[in-house]
Design a binder for this molecule. Structure first.
Ligand code: SF4
Length: 282
């Protein structure tokens, strides 16, 4: 039987815990509660809510005046939030306060006349939300290579999607500094500590185990990043959603297995994976 270690800070973060609690409380106090988009990026957590009658609505057109709509952890765009308020019976905001901080930073930089660089994944709802708060010019980049293609501007403001890697962000900021003619670059440090701490703990564990298992939704950006970071130091790193994906091939000859999980992964799923490995590992 392999030794199995769960990394510190694995699983639910403050923002997700808060959002889930808000939805459960909403269900007690309101009829017809829906979430605008999945409340968190974890299919199992979303199914659990569906089994209690809390369904996901992905389109504004599906929101009616009979519904209490919950804005998800990653936030909504300014326009979507306004439309939700106009259509739903009531709106509850489960946007993580750290995500709100990025939205405000982007808005303030744009109001102060900076061209804003949003460092984050273009197709991520959090990034869509952040961009919606920018009134002036903005650029969305996710890598040093993309930052190198930025045009020269008088002054740049930079914000990061909360789940970005701190070191990669610093490298991108260094490149942006070469693009500001006035040398005025205002950087908002908006990466969430929960992400940093989880990444550091997982990375440290991955260096000392034979196999590293990252548990979380395939649609979760922070889970995917955790997988990529660990894969760089532990070749036998696997990204799974549930224990059903653990195979004997993955576990072959592993004396020590490490587990970490993204911010949106419920603790019960992490525990199930650990128990499964302990019961089935040779
Ligand atoms: S990872 Fe950070 S920013 Fe994202 S929901 Fe959790 S606490 Fe908030």
């Amino acid at each position: 039987m392999p030794k199995v270690t769960i990394a510190d800070c694995a699983g639910f973060c403050f923002g997700v815990e808060r959002a889930i609690k808000l939805v459960y409380d909403a269900r007690k106090n309101h009829d017809n509660v829906v979430t605008f988009g999945p409340i968190i990026h974890n299919p199992q957590a979303v199914s659990d809510l569906e089994s209690m009658g809390v369904f996901v609505k992905n389109s504004i057109g599906d929101i009616t005046s009979a519904m209490t709509a919950v804005i998800r952890t990653h936030g909504a765009s300014k326009d979507d939030a306004a439309q939700l308020n106009a259509r739903a019976h009531s709106v509850l905001d489960a946007t993580c306060p750290f995500v709100k901080k990025v939205q405000s930073a982007a808005q303030e930089l744009s109001k102060a006349g900076y061209s804003v660089v949003v460092v984050g994944e273009a197709d991520h709802p959090e990034v869509h939300g952040i961009i919606s708060y920018i009134d002036g010019e903005y650029f969305n980049v996710v890598s040093v290579e993309e930052a190198e293609k930025l045009p020269e501007r008088d002054k740049y403001g930079v914000v990061a999607q909360t789940t970005q890697n701190g070191k990669a962000y610093d490298e991108i900021v260094s490149v942006v500094k070469t693009k500001a003619i006035s040398a005025d670059v205002s950087v908002a440090y908006t990466i969430c500590n929960a992400t940093h701490n989880r990444q550091a703990a997982a990375l440290e564990l991955a260096k000392h185990v034979d196999v590293m298992i990252i548990v979380g939704g395939r649609n979760s950006a922070n889970t995917t990043r955790l997988y990529q970071l660990c894969k760089a130091v532990c070749e036998r790193t696997y990204h799974i959603e549930t224990k059903a994906e653990v195979s004997s091939v993955m576990m072959a000859d592993a004396a020590h297995v490490g587990i970490s999980a993204g911010a949106s992964t419920p603790n019960f799923i992490v525990s199930q994976v650990k128990d499964y490995i302990l019961e089935n590992g040779k």
